[in-house]
Design a protein around this ligand. Structure first.
Ligand SMILES: [Zn+2]
Length: 123
């Protein structure tokens, strides 16, 4: 899922770069063969530059969007105040250490978040 999203962003940014290069070529062509259109060629070059900047912005936005999804690899450890019961589950929003989260599955005592830790992303 993560790679699909980044591929989409990469594809869009590559497409914009290609369009920008076509515009650059077009402006060079206009400069060389149609001297009366130098103003248009400048506008085309400028548009190409803007497209390049946008493509970079999209690329980095795509990278940023992928980063928060690594929270899938944050593990929350649940422990019980009465017994030695331990349970691990993926981190959920609102989790914090010492937060009480209900009854223990083993002894019906109060269970709470004992620890939260990161697991390196597998590739
Ligand atoms: Zn317990």
């Amino acid at each position: 899922m993560n790679s699909n999203k980044s591929n989409k962003f990469t594809l869009i940014s590559i497409l914009l770069v290609i369009i920008a290069f076509i515009l650059f070529l077009l402006s060079t062509f206009l400069d060389q063969y149609l001297f009366q259109y130098t103003m248009i060629s400048k506008v085309i070059t400028f548009t190409g530059l803007i497209l390049l900047i946008i493509s970079w912005a999209i690329y980095f936005m795509g990278l940023k969007q992928i980063k928060p999804q690594t929270t899938e690899n944050v593990i929350t450890v649940i422990a019980c105040k009465n017994c030695d019961y331990r349970e691990e589950r993926p981190f959920m929003e609102g989790d914090y250490v010492f937060k009480e989260i209900g009854k223990c599955k083993k002894c019906s005592g109060t269970s709470y978040i004992y620890a939260i830790y990161l697991v390196p992303v597998k590739k």
